[in-house]
Structures are given as C-alpha cells and as structure tokens.
Design a protein around this ligand. Structure first.
Ligand code: ADP
Ligand code: GLC
Length: 491
C-alpha cells in the first residue's frame, strides 16, 4: 500500500478562493486541498487560466504545450503556486488558453449574467487536460493516482479516461450541486472528441442532450456528495434532477462526506473584517459588530432588537422568494433583516423594494462582498437559510462558529450540521439553531418567531451560541475521510 506522502491527487476545479469564487465550490477547492496537504497528501489543483487566476498565482512557469488537441484552441500548461495565507500554499496547474479564458466577466457567465456560449469547449478543455494529466499521455513527470473531479465542469474527465486504453488514474467525482449539470446539444459529443457510441442512456446522454455531470457520474470509479443526507436525497425523485435512477444504481459507489470550513479564515477571534474580535469566552464583544453593522447598513442602532441576516446567491435553491414573502411580518415582531446577495435581477429588485419600504428595519446590499459577508456573520443575531435543497451549505457552519445561531430548512447538509433547539437538545448541549419544515412561508415565519422568543431569553440564547461555537467544523475529519477513500480506490 502507498504511504501518505506518495499519494498524488489532481484536484480539478473551475473556481478557487480567494482568486475566483462564485459560491461554496470556491471555498472547498482551497480548503480541502490545503487540509489534505496538511495530512501529507500530494494534492495539486488544475484550473482554467481566467484573468484573475493568471494575475493572482505566483511563480508561473510554462511546462507543457497543447497545440494539437484537435477540438480545442491551442493551450499551454503553467505550473504555479496559490497562496492561501503566509504559511499555506497549494501547487496549481493553470490552463492558459487565451481563446477560451482570457475575457472579462465571471467563470461561467458574462457581465450580464448570460452563460458563455462556448462553455462546452471551455470546460471540455478543462476536463480533457485533466484526463491527459491523469494518464500515460501526460507530458509531466508528476502523475496522479487519483483524478478528483468537482461538479459538471470536470465531468468529462472520467469519460475521456474511460475511453483511453492506456494507463490512467482512478477517478472520483464530487457532486457539489446536482442542479447544475452542464447540458449541451447532442452535436457537442463529437465536437468534444467523445466516441459517438457514448451518446447513450448508458453513457453521456441525458434526455436527448449531452450532460457533463451525468458523464462524470456514469464513468467515474466513485462518487461523493458533500453531506451524508444529500447523498440519500439525490436518490429520490424530489431531489434527483432526473439522475436519481443512475445515482440509486451507483449507491454502493457513493459516499457522503460533509464539508468542513476554513477555520483560520472564519475565526471571530482574528477576523480582520470585524469591528471587534471576540470568542466564546468574551461573547459580549460580539455586540460591537451588531451596532457597527446596523450603522453601516442604515438600520436603527438597537442592541435589543433581534437582527436576522442572510448571505447567498439569490435563487430558487436558496429560497430567497420565501424570505421576501415573510420579511414584512418579520419586521413587525419587531426584528430587523440584512441581506447580502446577487445573481438574479428579479429577486434583487424585489429585495430593493423591501429595503425602500422599511428603511430602518431592512437593509439590502446587492453584490458580492467577502468583507461584508464576514461582518454580517458577526453582527447579526440569527442567520437565515431557507434553502429548498442544500447539498452541504457553508454559512450555517460559519454562523455557528460566529455565535450566530442559524435558522435553516431541514434539508441536505443543513440537517447534518444544525441541531434544532428544544428544551431537551439544549439540556444535552447539542442545540445550535432552528430547523423548519415544510418549506412554506408559514413554517419559516413561525420558526423566525420561535427564534425571536428564544433571543429574548438571554440565558437560553447564550447557551445556543456557546454550543455552536464549541462544535468542530474544521476540515480535519473530512479530509481524513477523503484520504481513506482515495486509498480504497487504489486497492
Ligand atoms: P453555494 O455554493 O450553493 O452558493 P454555500 O453555502 O456552500 O452555497 O457557499 C456559499 C459561499 O459563498 C459562502 O462562503 C458565502 O458566504 C459566499 N457568498 C454567497 N453570496 C455571497 C455574496 N453576495 N457576497 C459574499 N459572499 C457570498
Ligand atoms: C454547492 C452547494 C452547497 C455546497 C457547496 C460546496 O454550491 O450548493 O450546498 O456547500 O457546493 O460543496
């Protein structure tokens, strides 16, 4: 068997914090490889060379040319280093392909929120180079034992490897979100250099189109999802997005491993974005963040009013519509609400209308702001996550670490990471937030009322805060589980 030091993993991803992040995948793509490296696993990232990646990585050197990949424009491979902190660095391979990646805008969409029309090629190339580096076609001396693919953007790597007759790495496909599948017209199959015969129900075909994610799930050696509960949910019609049959058939090759969080980035005792740092031993200092946030967002500065908050992609998944629906009643409790989010013009508009209607009780910031997201976690009293589905979710864990009990829909990873407050769970020391179900405005509002009542019972609230802060959400246990899984794939 391989010793830890010898295990080499190519971690293929389309975003990575702090250079390019649209959501949790960016956070995980930095924190998980770092945690694996700290337990002596040689993990290296493969990522497209968007402008912000090329500008942000250090010590770039050109190590290979891919001028003859028929379907794709010429590309080069750079070796570089991604710094997460003064002491934490991850080796990265960056695909430099000006024709596909040198453009302003987001990784998946242009500045107006339209998908890039050549996304099949852009992430086909990521998948293809992933497969080359993970096989005996690689121009590099460094050969991974495992190609660890993440979401649809690297979903074709297991397919390309499947059709490669030579030596190749074992593959792991992690589902961060089944709602995004990378679906393209049937003609893309040949355009991307996949055998026409792969366009089959037993292959890459999904309801008459090519699905990158389905390809990955079909051909990969093993599947993980980012929480045990979500691994069960996606085998059902309700949350399987049409892939429940395939996932149920592959359940013996599927594991749910809960995400951790970067406990150094998200630590109220040292967080540079806070008005005042605090810890569970000095929780009274959290109050300074509440007044700073109220002031900054133009809310009435009031230490005693419960302040609810949300930071998220504004979307159907995140239940933003439900939040908008209950906001007027939340204000009447009385309570305040602060929302940071972006991504959906209609929901952005509705939130702005609410903020205008209740200027001192509801504040909305449309946009993406890492700094404000930290201040919100520290400054609010209770974090709202009414997600319709949530593969894992990170903010409910950040919240608990910040002494901000989360109020969440009982689904996916939220159910795995938040313990509902009842007298019994409080007495046993496990209660750390509030769960609601079913996914209705009434049920959400009633639970918000339950939280507001608990908030005014200072001893109970303190206990909830302390229970959450005492939990271990670090990556160590999950990184160890990934390591064991990698090893088992080689046996
Ligand atoms: P998802 O990946 O589905 O969006 P997660 O809860 O896993 O959900 O991760 C979301 C991450 O993105 C968190 O780190 C969250 O703080 C961050 N985030 C989402 N929207 C914003 C925003 N508008 N500004 C700053 N950070 C945001
Ligand atoms: C996805 C999911 C989220 C998860 C994140 C990281 O974007 O929506 O629940 O936490 O990926 O795995």
């Amino acid at each position: 068997m391989l010793s830890s030091q010898e295990l080499r993993v190519l971690f293929i991803t389309s975003e990575v914090y702090p250079l390019c992040k649209t959501g949790g995948l960016g956070d995980v793509s930095a924190a998980l490889p770092a945690a694996l490296r700290s337990i002596h696993t040689d993990v290296r990232l493969l990522i497209p060379g968007y402008p912000q990646i090329l500008a942000g990585v250090k010590y770039k050197s050109r190590i290979a040319e891919f001028g003859d990949l028929q379907q794709f424009p010429p590309a080069a491979l750079l070796s570089a280093r991604l710094s997460l902190s003064k002491s934490e660095h991850i080796p990265v391979f960056v695909i430099d392909c000006p024709g596909l990646y040198h453009r302003e805008g987001g990784p998946y969409q242009d500045a107006l929120g339209r998908d890039w029309p050549d996304n099949a090629l852009r992430f086909g190339l990521l998948s293809k180079i992933g497969a080359i580096l993970a096989s005996d076609l690689s121009p590099l001396a460094w050969r991974p034992h495992i190609a660890h693919c993440n979401d649809w953007q690297s979903g074709l790597t297991p397919a390309y490897l499947h059709f490669h007759p030579g030596k190749k790495a074992a593959t792991l496909m992690t589902i961060h979100n089944l709602a995004f599948q990378g679906i393209f017209p049937p003609g893309s199959v040949v355009q991307l250099g996949l055998p026409p015969a792969s366009f089959d129900i037993n292959g890459v075909e999904y309801y008459g189109n090519l699905s990158f994610l389905k390809a990955g799930l079909y051909y990969t050696d093993h599947i993980t999802t980012v929480s045990p509960n979500y691994a069960k949910e996606i085998q059902t019609e309700a949350l399987g997005f049409g892939l429940q049959g395939l996932l149920a058939a592959r359940r013996r090759n599927m594991t749910g491993i809960i995400n951790g969080i970067a406990t150094n980035e998200w630590d109220p005792a040292i967080d540079p974005h806070l008005a005042k740092n605090y810890s569970s031993k000095k929780l009274s200092d959290k109050a300074a963040n509440k007044s700073a946030l109220q002031q900054q967002m133009g809310l009435t500065v009031d230490a005693d009013i419960p302040l609810f908050g949300a930071v998220s992609r504004l979307s159907h998944q995140k239940g933003t519509d439900l939040l908008i629906q209950v906001a007027p009643q939340l204000v009447k409790l009385p309570a305040q609400l602060v929302v940071l989010g972006s991504d959906h013009a209609g929901l952005e508009h509705q939130l702005s209308v609410l903020a205008k209607a209740y200027p001192y009780a509801i504040a909305v910031h449309i946009g993406f702001s890492e700094a404000l997201s930290h201040l919100i976690e520290a400054g609010i009293d209770c974090f709202l996550m009414p997600s319709r589905f949530e593969p894992c979710g990170l903010n409910q864990m950040y919240s608990q670490r910040y002494g901000t009990p989360p109020l969440v829909h009982a689904t996916g990873g939220l159910l795995d990471t938040v313990v509902d407050y009842t007298p019994a769970t409080l007495a046993s020391g496990s209660a750390s937030g509030f769960l609601f179900h079913p996914m209705t405005a009434d049920s959400l509002l009633n639970t918000i009322k339950r939280a507001a009542t608990a908030y005014h019972q200072k001893k109970i609230w303190r206990q909830l805060q302390k229970n959450g802060m005492a939990k271990d959400f670090s990556w160590h246990a999950s990184a160890t589980a990934y390591r064991e899984l990698y090893s088992s794939l080689l046996r």
